[in-house]
Structures are given as C-alpha cells and as structure tokens.
Design a protein around this ligand. Sequence first.
Ligand SMILES: Nc1nc2c(ncn2[C@@H]2O[C@H](COP(=O)(O)OP(=O)(O)OP(=O)(O)O)[C@@H](O)[C@H]2O)c(=O)[nH]1
Ligand SMILES: [Ca+2]
Length: 552
Amino acid sequence: MRRSHARSRVVKSSKSDMDPIKFQIRSGNRSSSTYTVTKSNSKHSKSNLCLIFVSIAVVLSFLFICYSILLSGGNRRGLIRYSVVIDGGSTGTRIHVFRYRIEFGKPVFEFRGGDYASLKLHPGLSAYSDDPDGASLSLMELVEFAKGRIPKGLWKETEVRLMATAGMRLVELSVQEKILGVARRVLKSSGFLFRDEWASVISGSDEGVYAWVVANFALGSLGGDPLKTTGIVELGGASAQVTFVSSEPVPPEFSRTISIGNVSYNLYSHSFLHFGQNAAHEKLWGSLVSKDQNSAVESTRKGIFTDPCAPKGYNLDTIAQKQHLSGFLAEESKFSASLQAGGNYSECRSAALTILQEGNDKCSYQHCSIGSSLTPKLQGRFLATENFFYTSKFFGLGEKSWLSNMISAGEKFCGEDWSKLRVKDPSLDEEDLLRYCFSSAYIVSLLHDTLGVPLDDERVKYANQAGDNIPLDWALGAFILQTAAETSQHTGSSNLHSFYALFGTDSNTLLYLIGIPILITVLVYLVSKWRKPQLKTIYDLEKGRYIVTRIR
Ligand SMILES: Nc1nc2c(ncn2[C@@H]2O[C@H](COP(=O)(O)OP(=O)(O)OP(=O)(O)O)[C@@H](O)[C@H]2O)c(=O)[nH]1
Ligand SMILES: [Ca+2]
C-alpha cells in the first residue's frame, strides 16, 4: 500500500543487519511516513525459534507422561490396585477388601491400615437354602462396604470373587446353583469387574492350600526351602483342613503342587467335611437323641441320654428340639429320648474320638486318621487356626504346652456347674459358652488322639495371625496367589511398569525427575523473552530524524 511521489527511504538500522519489511501508513491528514519494520535477523530468530520448539516439546512430553499415568489410573493410583474376595463360610459371609501396589512388576501387599478391610455378616449363604433370594440382601450390604473403601474410578478394574466353603458344600447341588445365581446377579451389578465363573464353591483342598499360602507368606517362608515351610491345621465350623509339605508319598486325591517363583511345593492338602467343630458337635447331639446303635454315648436309663459335653445344670431341651426339628434324626428314629447334661470331660473326649473315627471302617488306605481319609504323619511346624485359637484364647492358655493344658482346662470347665459358668461369662451367648466344653475335648481328640501330635509338642502353635499381624485367613492366600499370577502375566506387556522402573515408583521422584527440567526450560524461555528489549533505530521522514523503537 503506497502513495504516489512520496519519498520513501529505507534506512537499515546500523545496529543490526536485519531484512527490512516496508510498508506505509497514512495517519489522518498528515503525510504518510515510512516506517521500517525489521524482522529480527535470522540468527536471533533461529535461537528463539528453537527455544520455543524445545520448550513446547518438553512441555508436551511432560503432558504426555502425565496423561499416560492418568490414563492408567493416575500416578499413585496407577501404582495402586484393589481386589475383593468374598468368603462364603458356614457360619457367615465375610468380604475382604485388599489394596496393593505394583512395584517393578511385582505386587506388594501390606494387609494393614488402609490396605486391608473385612466385614462378616451372619448367617452364611447355606442358611438361605429355602430362600436363595434372601442371600442378596447380605451380599449387597457387603458390596456397599467394599465400595466405601475403593475409589469409584477404580471399581471397574477391581476384580470381585466369591468363594464358598464347607457350608455350601453340605448343600444340594441344585440349591448351591440357585444361591450362586443370586450372588452372580448381585456381583454383576456391583460396578466391580466380575465374571460368572468367579462365584463358586471351592474345594476343601483349595481352601487348605490358600490357608497354607497366607501362613507361609506371613512367616516369610513362601518362596523358600519347602522343608522350612509351616503346615496348617484349621478347625472351621463345618470342615477342618490339614495342609503341609509331606516328604511321604501322597495319593493323588490328597496331593497338591504349587510353584512360587522357581520353587515347587508338594503338599498334602485335605478338607474333612462334616468334621468342623460345629458340624461334629451337631453330630454328637444327633447320635445322642437317635436310637442309632453306635451312638457316641450309651443311654443311662431308657430314653434318657446323657450329654457328657454339657456342664451339669445346662438345659438341653432346646438342643434336643432343634435336633429333632432340623431333621438330623434318621427317619425311623422317632424323637423319644430326652437329654440331660453329664458334664464329664473324659467321656466327652472319647465321644469326640468316636465321631472322628466315624467312617474308619470304610478306609481304603493302609491307615486312616479322620473319617475314611488318609493323613500322612504330620511333619515340621504347624499353625493351628480358627477354633484352635478361639478356644485356647478363651481358656487363657499360653503358647507353651497349650495342648496338654487344654485337657486340664476342659476338665475344669466341663465339670463345673452351668450356673457358675454363666455368672463368670454373662456376656457370652449361651450356645457359644456351651461349645467350649466340647471344643476342648474335640481339639485334644483331633490333634493328639487322631493325628498323633504329642501333648507337649512345641511344633504346633495356635494362632489367628502371623508375621506382621497378618490374619491367617485362607481368603488372603487366595488373593495372594491370584494377584501374583495375574501380575506376572501382565508385567511383560506393560511399558508403564518399565516407566516406573526407570523413574522409580514414588510419585515425588517422578515429579522431581520430570517437573524440574520442565520448569527450568520454561523459566529460561520466559527470561529470554523478558531480556532487555531488542531496540532498533529507524529514520522518521516526517520528523526528519532517527528514532529508536523496540521490536515486539
Ligand atoms: N469362640 C469363637 N469362635 C469363633 C469366632 N469367630 C469364628 N469362630 C468359629 O470359628 C470357626 C471358623 O470360623 P469361620 O471360618 O469364620 O467360620 P466359617 O467360615 O463360617 O466356617 P467354615 O465354613 O467351616 O470355615 C467357626 O466354628 C466359628 O463358629 C469367635 O470370635 N469366637
Ligand atoms: Ca471359614
């Protein structure tokens, strides 16, 4: 844009060899004048340009890294995972919520504080045999408990599994499927990651292996020398489990092999269904009131049966009624007997042994221990969990010689008058208090009379947690095995883990390693922009003189 015969001169600023861009501006009635806007010279502009590119590139890479971390669930969250296991037990259903980290491709478990929470609701799933839909209420309450402990953004990648045990094994298959169907509906709509096959009744052998895994994880022997591992013997409500590394040959139906890292463990693992403490006690009562010829105890007078495992003065009518109503009695044996409390520990112990040996006559091995199953001679150290722990704690038994002290504690408790026992423990539910007489006899009969553990054997200790207060609950073992297997599958493919491996795993480190260089670059760039303004001199025709002006 330019006016005729106007003079236009272009003066290059002596100060810099910049290429001029010329244009004329008409301002009002004043004659136009020519300004020279000069581009910065190529050298200066090149350095600014590459500075701009560098800072943009670095800022973009920083954003990409943040984005990829967020995409994988956020920095700390990208390292954090959750998992949920529901234990469908005979006396109750317990949900376990686990939080863990992936570090260098390996899962890191803590099982305390915010890393672990559990809630148990009564009754167990098998109690809903007549009303399977009723099971949904307690399952939904358990799911809400878990949701309250997992960030909503992670629900869809959090796996939930329901594993039912002895209580459900005792229920007919068709009823099991109905109850599992209800559970699957609830878990499918929970918002967590769930597949139908993740709700099932697990085998007793699996339950024993999982209990063995958490015990040895807690003791730090998982992954080490098989002969330095610790066995478990677990006295549940409906079943009892025995799992340990056996150097004796083990028939295939009792043999389990698991590998941790490059170590293989050849385990004996078996769950004795119906031989849990509550189931065995029910069996005792059933044999007392039925006319069953091999009843655990003889009747004193016609129709009057004495229960040696009930302290004198305890009213057994409710128990007898319940046995009768629960159909525990064989059809042909009409309910005619009445029960009276005998309170005699040694008779109770021999009644317990009779129950433990039920089925021995059908033994197909060279020798059977419990029922018609084989148990190799126990070797190495053992942790005795669940009812072994609860009853030992109730009697205040120390670790030392706890098994032999169980006898004297049981003799005292069973022989005491019921009214005195009630006064001593008024807060306890009557049936729970009553169970301690049978339990003290059943424990000695199971470990010593049946499995051959010497009364003063210090290799067997009772416990319900180990190591760093890790609960000895088989559900934790199931979670450990499941997570370790999944993580080792995924580690290879996830470059994010190698990213963390490179930059370490702590979010602060990431921040420093990436954030500071960015900051420096941006500061350098900004300072460079704010350095003293680039000035240039131009000749103003109108004013007829040189003026100094700044480049934008
Ligand atoms: N005395 C006492 N017994 C308990 C306590 N908690 C659980 N038990 C008993 O310990 C046994 C096993 O506990 P859980 O594994 O929670 O019971 P469960 O899973 O419903 O039973 P199973 O299906 O046989 O494993 C059962 O006989 C319970 O009655 C407790 O606090 N005190
Ligand atoms: Ca259990």
